[in-house]
Design a protein around this ligand. Structure first.
Ligand code: UDP
Length: 416
């Protein structure tokens, strides 16, 4: 499917890039008629699911989301009026990307059933849109059965830090032989696939995620003191927030180390262990006790009202230890009008510019993180200036409208 080459960078689609009069008419017509089956492996809510939600909700023609696990994602989709069906197999759900070796052999009957179930569903649609790694493997393996064009939305950096050799081999093979179109969520993700599958960069367009600015503006929300009171957060303290699932590579332990180094700083961790990282959660509690920071640390759990939680903090931290494929929480923090300090790797560097619309620190560097927090706390005017620029940038480059336009153009181009 893909030409082999290792040349220049893949294109980042800007709003309007395909919008000549001719292509507009052509894509709109196709867009309205092409029916799409979206497939996602997770019932939980992560960045990939939040980016699929508005796409499935606003797709003009017939569409359905097929989930390979049940959970709150199904409820959210249904509340938006999106038809959802389930094809769950516990043995397949149990396969984790970091433990994928020969474990999958025991899950083989379940894998075959899911491949068939996806293919059966896909027969009734024009396009099969695969939103996650497992969806890619199971949906693409069934291509001889369904014969539908496949669009894969890549939300991962396909490096050996994130994926084992078997997974990388399978993805490389499927990219070359079964996938018709890939859309990457960042240049970092796109580059990693181009390197892995040696495909042509122009075949892996980049569409950055977008956020609903109105939702994050939340003008009706109370002021910061009111929000803190409502959430039981400490008032009259300098409060940092780290938003995202609790997982070792998200680096909450780095934030705890920084908390111990910055006097009087308080920290709230918003998010939970979505994929069984209970040991890590335990280790965070033990680390907090060892560092003596429990009275300045709050575990808030998974929250649905991110805009309000983000507005309730003074500064937003991002501490991933590995390159982040994109990092929705960063554009959300920018949209909430809060200064963001982030680990400079992967997609993050496509969003933030150091000292212009945020503050970048090397990943895993506790000293740099603690220093950055001190600098922004001591210079609130500068922090406000960064946050204001970030808000402008997010409106210009990361709006949900621009994201949907670009995604729909690429998908519509698939069915022709
Ligand atoms: N999120 C949420 N509630 C929480 C924690 C996270 O709604 O308690 C959302 C967050 O707002 C963001 C997504 O989960 O939209 C995480 O996306 P990101 O790309 O940052 O990370 P991923 O989990 O996909 O690696």
């Amino acid at each position: 499917m893909f030409k082999e080459t290792t040349s220049a960078n893949p294109p980042i689609l800007a709003p309007g890039i395909l919008a000549t009069a001719e292509t507009c008419v052509e894509t709109r017509t196709r867009q309205e008629t092409a029916s799409v089956l979206f497939v996602d492996q997770s019932g939980q809510l992560g960045g990939a699911e939040f980016s699929l939600m508005p796409l499935a909700a606003t797709w003009d023609a017939r569409r359905e989301v097929l989930l390979l696990s049940d959970g709150p994602f199904r409820e959210r989709l249904e509340s938006l009026g999106v038809p959802v069906s389930l094809a769950c197999e516990a043995s397949v759900s149990g396969i984790r990307k970091d433990t994928l070796r020969l474990h999958w052999l025991g899950a083989l009957p379940g894998i075959v059933r899911q491949v068939r179930a996806i293919a059966r569903h896909a027969e009734h649609f024009d396009i099969l849109f695969l939103n996650t790694q497992k969806a890619l493997v199971l949906g693409a393996l069934g291509k001889p059965l369904h014969r539908k064009p496949i669009v894969w939305h890549l939300h991962d950096i396909m490096s050996s830090e994130h994926f084992g050799p078997l997974q990388r081999f399978v993805v490389r093979w499927l990219t070359r032989h079964a996938v018709d179109h890939v859309i990457a969520n960042s240049r970092a993700s796109a580059d990693s696939l181009v390197a892995l599958a040696r495909c042509a960069p122009e075949n892996v367009p980049v569409v950055h995620n977008g956020v609903d600015l109105d939702e994050f503006r939340c003008e009706s929300a109370p002021d910061m003191a009111g929000l803190r009171g409502q959430f039981g957060l400490p008032e009259n303290v300098y409060l940092a927030g780290l938003f995202g699932r609790l997982a070792p590579w998200k680096g909450q332990h780095i934030a705890l180390e920084a908390l111990a180094r910055v006097p009087d700083l308080h920290l709230v961790l918003v998010g939970s262990a979505l994929f069984g990282e209970q040991e890590y959660v335990k280790s965070l509690h033990a680390q907090a006790a060892r560092l003596g920071v429990q009275d300045r640390l709050i575990f808030a759990g998974f929250r649905d009202d991110m805009p309000a939680w983000m507005k309730a903090v003074d500064v937003i931290l991002h501490t991933s230890t590995e390159p982040e494929p994109f990092g929705r929480v960063i554009i959300e923090g920018m949209a909430a009008g809060r200064p963001v300090i982030a680990a400079a790797a992967g997609g993050v560097t496509e969003i933030l510019r150091h000292r212009t619309n945020g503050w970048l620190v090397p990943p895993r560097d506790v000293t740099a993180l603690a220093d950055a927090i001190e600098v922004l706390r001591a210079a609130p005017e500068m922090a406000n200036r960064l946050a204001a620029q970030a808000l402008d940038d997010v409106a210009q480059r990361f709006s949900v409208g621009a994201y949907l336009d670009q995604m729909k153009r690429v998908i519509a181009g698939t069915s022709g």
